[in-house]
Design a protein around this ligand. Structure first.
Ligand code: PTJ
Length: 244
């Protein structure tokens, strides 16, 4: 891993990039995952690279949904496991959820590497390696899943997900929770609870935050995110951008 000096003004962002580059080198993250991350980074700029109030609210609503589920499942891909392997395992422990590897660019080698990485952090009984069910409406490899995990789940947390799969899971009647920095993505608009936050902050917050039950209006919460972004841009534009 390239040594990033802690004094660098963009230290955190560069550190996270290095985790993904390392993920590609270890065969965990797909090359497309680097592009997906770049898109996320752009939206992170718009919220000031911090957890904003609507995100905190969604994180608490997500915890409540996971805690009250009959069969909660956290679905992970190559980006999630490169960025937050330990937090994923801790969140699964805290919410008594199963972890399932479910890849967009599925190869058996990546499935094994991702699963092993989670085991290094204490993950147990990682599902997905031996799929025995299919998500209806998706082409073969992308739809593969496990019967005891995603297929029979009632609440599924699918961070950094592709819109197609989120829609297919929603059509199956599941409560879909996502983490996606892009509030305009199809996944964000399809999910029942969308956390517009960097997964590095979201999963770490969810180790500590208290759940908040009751009704959650995802459309309204996404509107608050868009308002936050547009107000922030207006303020910056009025103040004038300071030269670095
Ligand atoms: O490992 P695989 O094969 O399953 O592939 C995973 C990727 C992420 C490549 C695949 O699911 C994909 O192409 O996803 P998309 O359609 O690019 O969507 C990913 C979404 O996650 C985008 O809307 C990004 O803005 C968002 N995103 C990227 N990085 C982060 C993020 N959201 C939160 N935190 C991030 N660090």
């Amino acid at each position: 891993m390239t040594e990033i000096p802690k004094t660098h003004p963009r230290y955190e962002s560069l550190r996270v990039r290095e985790l993904l580059v390392e993920g590609v080198e270890y065969g965990i993250t797909s090359k497309a995952g680097l592009i997906a991350h770049g898109r996320g980074e752009a939206f992170d700029y718009l919220i000031g690279e911090k957890t904003i109030e609507p995100a905190r609210l969604a994180e608490r609503a997500a915890l409540a949904a996971l805690f009250s589920a009959r069969n909660p499942v956290i679905s992970v891909n190559g980006n999630v496991v490169a960025l937050v392997p330990e937090e994923t395992v801790k969140l699964a422990e805290r919410s008594d959820a199963k972890i399932e590897v479910n890849l967009f660019h599925r190869t058996e080698e990546r499935m094994h590497r991702i699963s092993s990485r989670l085991e290094e952090y204490g993950g147990e009984n990682i599902l997905g390696l031996q799929p025995d069910a299919e998500i209806p409406g998706l082409d073969h490899a992308r739809g593969l899943c496990s019967e005891e995990g995603i297929y029979s789940s009632d609440v599924v947390l699918v961070p950094l997900e592709d819109g197609d799969r989120a829609q297919a899971l929603s059509k199956m009647g599941k409560t879909v929770v996502t983490v996606d920095l892009n509030p305009l993505s199809r996944t964000s608009r399809t999910a029942d609870i969308t956390i517009v936050d960097n997964i590095t902050r979201a999963f770490s917050n969810m180790r500590e935050l208290e759940p908040l039950g009751g009704s959650f209006d995802n459309d309204k919460n996404l509107s608050k995110v868009l308002d936050f972004m547009s107000n922030r841009l207006s303020e910056l534009s009025e103040k004038g951008l300071q030269k670095r």
